[in-house]
Ligand binder design. Structure first.
Ligand code: FE2
Length: 303
């Protein structure tokens, strides 16, 4: 089934602010722009990993998942269709823009667009970070992980685990926090789902190759006034040492180091705390939106 998170697309009116933030703070490389003026950022030798498209409002444009072969994308498409959703073939022009050989796409039950692609374009030995940096942990683990807020955790689990075959890594149930974490490769989680009164992208996690890259990113966020959503801390489940920064497009980037690897013998666990230490709420959280909210749930029908 799905093998990794290959790329992510965001639409935003705050595109301009990304150039400095993406390169000089996060350490990504600005790649060639996309045809619609998308600013495309690289985290390794892949053509791009994060595309920041121009948009009237902040939104998730797409999540790009990677598989090895077109047959695997067809298999995913069949399972998604069997669940009652429509699946479309990506046109060759869009595939070229995404830097892949081909893809199929669909909207999940919550309205997020997913693209299942094969043949991602790589340019060996070309990645140059936007600032002094030891690079990002990608490879078979993909670009990182995404954490989605969903109004119905059971329905989301049924789709992502039941239909898309994400494997449960563990759960965190901590007071009001009810989250499930899933892997598709050696990364402890490539996807997490959090029960919430809304639908949205909470964060994208990027994993640096050195703890110093994380500390330096934290210094640069503070120096340039990017609000810290969660202070430096270490998670109980994936053991990631990380902090969270509020991006110009109102979702967070978790910037981490030292995440745990899992294998096929992994047994899911339950934690009653999200962090061993740290991850204290940021001072400005009350004035910031909680996540990139793609849409609120439909009002409940009258009984
Ligand atoms: Fe995370």
């Amino acid at each position: 089934m799905l093998e990794s998170l290959a790329y992510v697309g965001i639409a935003t009116p705050a595109q301009k602010e990304w150039d400095h933030f993406g390169t000089r703070v996060l350490g990504l490389e600005r790649g060639p722009d996309g045809p619609d003026g998308a600013q495309r950022y690289r985290a390794d030798d892949a053509l791009f990993r994060l595309a920041i498209h121009p948009g009237e409002r902040n939104d998730v444009a797409y999540f790009g998942w990677g598989v090895s072969l077109p047959e695997q994308a067809r298999e995913v498409a069949q399972r998604v269709e069997a669940s009652g959703l429509e699946v479309f073939d990506g046109d060759p022009e869009t595939a070229e823009h995404r830097g892949v050989e081909g893809f199929v796409w669909f909207h999940d039950p919550f309205g997020f667009r997913h693209e299942v692609s094969w043949g991602q374009v790589f340019l060996p030995s070309t990645f140059r970070p936007g600032r002094a940096h030891s690079g990002f942990k990608t490879g078979e683990q993909g670009v990182g992980h995404v954490v989605l807020l969903v109004p119905d955790l059971e329905a989301a689990d049924e789709f992502f685990r039941g239909v898309l075959d994400f494997k449960l890594s563990d759960r965190i149930i901590d007071g009001k926090l009810d989250g499930r974490f899933y892997h598709v490769n050696g990364r402890h989680h490539t996807l997490a789902l959090i029960q919430a009164p809304m639908t949205g992208l909470h964060h994208l996690m990027l994993e640096a190759n050195s703890l110093d890259d994380v500390g330096t990113a934290l210094d640069l966020c503070n120096e340039h006034g990017h609000p810290i959503v969660s202070s430096l801390g270490r998670h109980t489940n994936d053991l990631m040492t990380s902090f969270y920064v509020h991006t110009p497009s109102h979702f967070a980037i978790e910037y981490g180091y030292g995440g745990l690897a899992v294998d096929d013998l992994w047994v899911p666990r339950t934690f009653h705390k999200a962090s061993i230490w740290g991850h204290a709420p940021g001072e400005r959280n009350a004035e910031l939106p909680p996540a990139l909210v793609t849409r609120m749930p439909e009002p409940a029908a009258a009984p």
